[in-house]
Design a protein around this ligand. Structure first.
Ligand code: ZN
Ligand code: FE
Ligand code: FE
Ligand code: ZN
Length: 264
């Protein structure tokens, strides 16, 4: 099975289950490789309710590194780090100091609005949807420009509750951003957690993925598991989406380097 590169742990306060059970599920589903990418900590209290504290990072590292066994799956060490204003002050030095295999870059906030948080969903009814997507993708563009991240996480996350612009507007908004992602040599993940959400669709959509394919942007796969049973969640569908769009290869990571492999 293709590697699952987006898995959380209880340290983020909104995932459940023993870390060993995530590995166990991966083993049962015959995964050769998985990567834990829990929400990265920071020193500035940004979104501290949904992530480990900086002081817990050594514990996270120990938990993940101690999972390595002789038999598969290989367990990689990663983080999902948020892009937000001024995040680079900390991330620039800190990420470089950690023995990471993979850094997913995500945007979960527009100013103080957690736009993908179910508790803040009603805000969507009072905003200009297209303009909100525009602002979101401006942040993703800056994320790419930092060169601090390896993978763009759940690229069209604002669709989570079904609020989305027309295809025409979205295309116009997203193309310059994909250009920057390509220049940054980042990969885009096919994140199956959208299939567990109201939108019931993989992130990113087939349209966005074809625009990524046109730019030869590499792909990887993630379940965004917050429960052990979610490891590898509906990966067959993600694999089919990638192939439908034209992809024949995806990338693995090791020590933050991309390694291409053919899709099964
Ligand atoms: Zn999470
Ligand atoms: Fe995320
Ligand atoms: Fe995640
Ligand atoms: Zn996520």
């Amino acid at each position: 099975m293709i590697p699952d590169y987006h898995i959380h742990t209880i340290l983020c306060k909104h995932a459940k289950g023993d870390i060993g059970d995530y590995r166990k599920v991966a083993c049962e589903k015959s995964f050769s490789e998985i990567c834990f990418t829990d929400h990265a900590p920071n020193p500035d209290e940004y979104d501290s309710k949904h992530r480990m504290g900086l002081a817990q990072f050594p514990e996270y590292k120990k938990m993940v590194l101690s999972l390595s066994e002789d038999k598969p799956p290989v367990v990689l060490f990663g983080v999902e780090a948020d892009y937000y204003e001024n995040c680079t002050c900390f991330l620039e030095d800190w990420l470089a100091e950690q023995p990471l295999d993979l850094v997913i870059g995500s945007v979960h906030y527009i100013e103080n609005w957690g736009f993908d948080n179910p508790n803040e969903r009603s805000v969507w009814d009072s905003v200009d949807v297209t303009n909100t997507w525009r602002i979101y993708f401006q942040l993703v563009e800056r994320l790419a420009d930092t060169r601090l991240f390896d993978v763009a996480g759940h690229l069209d996350l604002p669709k989570k509750f079904g609020y989305r612009p027309s295809d025409k507007d979205l295309k116009e908004i997203v193309q310059p951003v994909l250009d920057r992602i390509a220049i940054a040599k980042m990969a885009v993940e096919l994140n199956t957690s959208g299939l567990r959400k109201p939108v019931n669709e993989i992130y990113p959509s087939a349209m966005l993925l074809s625009l990524a394919y046109e730019r030869e942007i590499p792909i990887c796969f993630g379940s965004d598991a917050h429960l052990p049973g979610e490891v590898g969640y509906r990966f067959e569908e993600a694999l089919n989406l990638a192939k439908d769009v034209g992809y024949t290869h995806a990338v693995r990571f090791s020590g933050r380097h991309q390694i291409s492999y053919p899709l099964p």
